[in-house]
Structures are given as C-alpha cells and as structure tokens.
Design a protein around this ligand. Structure first.
Ligand code: PMP
Length: 437
C-alpha cells in the first residue's frame, strides 16, 4: 500500500505540463503551477494516468459513464456510423436514421403521453432548450406574460445562460450580472415554499418549475416522501410546466430510464444527457409531452426557432443507441438497484468517522459524505484534501465545498465498492491525522 501511495502522480511535483489549456471550474493560477493529472486510458471501472498508475473511477467521470469505459461495441457502432454518414445537420426536414431511432426509443420509455424528442449536444444545451420552449409554449398559447422560471436551492442545471440564472448555488452565479430575468429559487424540500413562490410571482406569470429527481452535484439530496406527487399536483393546479432535469438521474442512476418514474409522477418535459451515451460522445436532449408539443405540431405558424449545428448528430446518436443496447441487455437498471443498496450499506459506515457530519445515500447509485463544520471551519480541513488523499491511494471521488461525492459506473461489483469506501476512509484518516483537534 505505502509503495503505491508514493508512486502516485500527485507526489510527482517535479513534473509539469506547460500548456495553454485553460481548465475551467478551478483556480487556474493554482492549477497552472502544478503537474496536471493526465488521464491516458480507461477500461471498465478503472482508469490510468500517464505514468501508468491505476485508479478506480468512483464518479463515472462526471456522473456519466454508466456502462463503464472501453466498450468496443460503442466504438464499433460509432466507427460504422462515421464511415457511413459522419455528420449532417438536421435543420428543416433533414434527418438521419440514428437520430430518428434514438428519438423514438427515448420517447417510448418516457412517462408522458405522446412524447416528442429534441436532441442537443449536452445537458446545459438541453436546459436552454427546455427553458426557451417553456416560455415559447406559453407565448404561442396566448400567455406571453408567463415567463418566470422557478428552480430549487442546490439544483444544478448546467452553466449556459438559463442554467446559470436558475442554478441553486450562488457561487456559480456571481460575477456575471443578470443573464436571464424572471427566475427564482426555492428550498429543495418544501412544497409550501414552491406554492408561496408561485403565488408571489403570480400563476399568470409563472412558466415552469425545474427540478432534479435527486439533487446530484449540489450534494445528493433526495426529496422528502411525497414531495414530487405534491409538486406535480401544484404545477397542474397553477398551470406551471413541470420540467424534470434527469441529466444525472437518468439511464439507470436511479434504477429506471429517467429517474422520475421512481416518484410516480408524469412531468411536462424531461431534460437528459450524460448516461444516455455514457459520455462516449456528447449528447443530450429534451422530451416533451404531446400537450407541450401541440401548438407547434398541430398548428401551423408556430416554428420553434432554436437549435444548434450539431444537434441530432448521427455519430453521437449511434453511440447513444449502442450504449442503450448495453444498458438494456446487461440490465444495468437492475444492477443499479444493487449498487444503490451496496453503496448505501458501505458508505453509511463512514457516518461514524470523526470528520463526518452526515452521509446521504440510499436513493440511487450515488452518495455524499459531508464533513463536519468543526473540521471545515475550525480545523482547516478541505474536501479537496480528502479528494487528494483518495486519489493518491488510487480512488477518484468528487469534492464539492462540504462533501465528497461518489457515483460509480453501474457495472461496479461489491469488491469495487468496498475498495472505494475503505480507501475513502483511509483518506479521511490521513487528513484527520494532519489536522489534529
Ligand atoms: N443538469 C444537471 C442535473 C447536471 O448535473 C448537469 C451537468 N453536471 C447539467 C444539467 C449540464 O450538463 P452539461 O454539463 O452537459 O452541459
């Protein structure tokens, strides 16, 4: 064990990679002065850095690699598509077979009537699409004043324009001025607060409510019992579109297609990305109910003038189709339920650790380990310290300001989970030792 620790990349301070590559999501001043963590190869639940050291992928990259890395079946499907029709735009009446097949397949699993699918290049782009479509829907339905969008504290919806404005974490919003007007955020767990906000804004001005089934990158927060049933009822009552952001929760992470089925409600739109292609190629999209599509499909003169160059990309769609084949054939939906309970059982043990305030797990194949205020604010511990210790021991977890997050590929075994959690414990121990009370 000691030998492995010593050989890991973050102890190789002598090496650096002078580069013009601008890493976003971090302090570039700090990152530019240190060696980069260059990922060179990945297979199954493992990845290797450029020095040949191996790591367990405890986060499925950024919550997306549900089928695990290195699936030649997806590579073959993409190769086949690239050599048949590499790419061609889908504006107007142009289409391609993989995009058509993918749209149909996704719609067939969506918990809504007569669903329609819009494809995008990722999650943030899909959020923009859903938010603009919500406003446009009301506009073409004779209610152009319904523009206000409500979202939840802790919710993450990508970092494009609308996404930045509706995100439920202040640190992602500050410094850009107001990007989109008419947005507000309510507590993640209170139906009453949502109703109060709809009434404050006015139902006649409220267009949509956006929510993740389980809040993911905001820290793994499952909804209280009965929350979504009440929310769906509220949205129906006040004429507010209920938009589910399934970017993290879809494609098995919660054991089903879109993560919202678990709560037994039918949304007006579903936003998806990540697990739809397991990230082999970028892809996302929006599924709308037939009711939302109606003014655009059943009446002429209402084009939804929106889209991007690469939306409906045939090779990305081919990757997604091959990925969905694997998810279904290997029943990774069922496997996810086992991962959920095994991860829950393992990670709960960390709740006893002196640095740990709370463990959140048991709804989906994901978990958060939150550190105590004492550790963070009095002893000077950071989640980045724990992350670095875990990585130096060969396990990748994710650090957000107060918590460590795990969301492994759905192909992990009990041995992998055990290794992940015991390494996280060792990392916590090492950090604790460096920060005595
Ligand atoms: N919604 C949620 C719930 C997400 O987790 C993310 C990405 N982490 C997004 C939207 C944005 O997706 P993308 O990064 O592909 O733009």
């Amino acid at each position: 064990m000691t030998e492995t620790v010593v050989s890991r990349a973050n102890t190789r301070m002598e090496q650096s990679h002078p580069s013009s590559f601008w890493h976003t999501f971090c302090d570039m001043n700090a990152v530019s002065q240190k060696p980069k963590f260059v990922v060179s190869r990945a297979e199954g639940v493992w990845l290797w850095d450029e020095h040949g050291d191996r790591y367990l992928d405890g986060t499925a990259s950024l919550w997306y690699c549900h089928v695990g890395h290195g699936r030649s079946e997806i590579a073959d499907a993409v190769h086949q598509q690239l050599t048949t029709l590499d790419a061609y735009a889908v504006y107007g009446d142009f289409a391609n077979t993989p995009a058509l097949r993918l749209s149909e397949r996704l719609a067939s699993h969506a918990p809504m009537d007569n669903p329609r699918t819009i494809l995008t290049c990722g999650g943030g782009e899909a959020i923009e699409t859903a938010a603009k479509l919500a406003r446009k829907y009301w506009s073409v339905s004779g209610k152009p004043e319904k523009t206000h969008v409500i979202s939840r504290a802790g919710g993450y919806h990508g970092l494009h324009g609308f996404g930045t404005s509706i995100i439920g974490m202040e640190r992602f919003r500050s410094g850009y001025g107001e990007i989109v007007a008419d947005t507000s955020v309510v507590p993640y767990d209170s139906v009453r607060a949502l109703e109060d906000e709809i009434l404050r804004v006015g139902p006649e001005r409220t267009a949509a409510f956006f929510a993740e089934p389980v809040i993911g990158s905001g820290g793994v927060y499952a909804p209280p019992e009965g929350y979504f049933a009440a929310v769906a009822e509220l949205c129906r009552r006040y004429g507010v579109l209920f938009v589910v952001d399934s970017v993290i929760c879809g494609f098995g992470r919660l054991g089903d297609w879109f993560g919202i089925e678990r709560f037994g409600v039918r949304p007006d739109m579903i936003v998806f990305a990540k697990g739809v292609s397991s990230g082999y190629l970028p892809l996302g999209g929006v599924i709308t109910s037939g009711e939302v599509a109606e003014p655009f499909w059943e009446r002429s003169g209402n084009p939804f003038i929106h889209g991007t160059t690469y939306a409906g990309h045939p090779s990305c769609s081919a990757a997604a189709l091959a990925n969905l084949d694997i998810l279904e054939r290997e029943d990774l939906f069922g496997a996810a339920e086992e991962v959920e309970s095994q991860l829950d059982a393992a990670v709960r043990m960390l709740a006893e650790h002196p640095l740990v305030r709370e463990v959140r797990s048991g709804t989906g194949a994901m978990a958060a380990v939150e550190l105590t205020g004492e550790a963070l604010y009095e002893r000077g511990v950071t989640t980045a310290d724990v992350f670095a210790e875990a990585r130096s021991r060969g396990v990748i977890v994710r650090a957000i300001p107060r918590s460590l997050l795990v969301s492994p590929p759905l192909t992990v075994t009990w041995e992998h989970i055990d290794h992940l959690v015991s390494t996280l414990r060792a990392a916590l121990d090492a950090v604790e030792e460096r920060h005595p009370r």
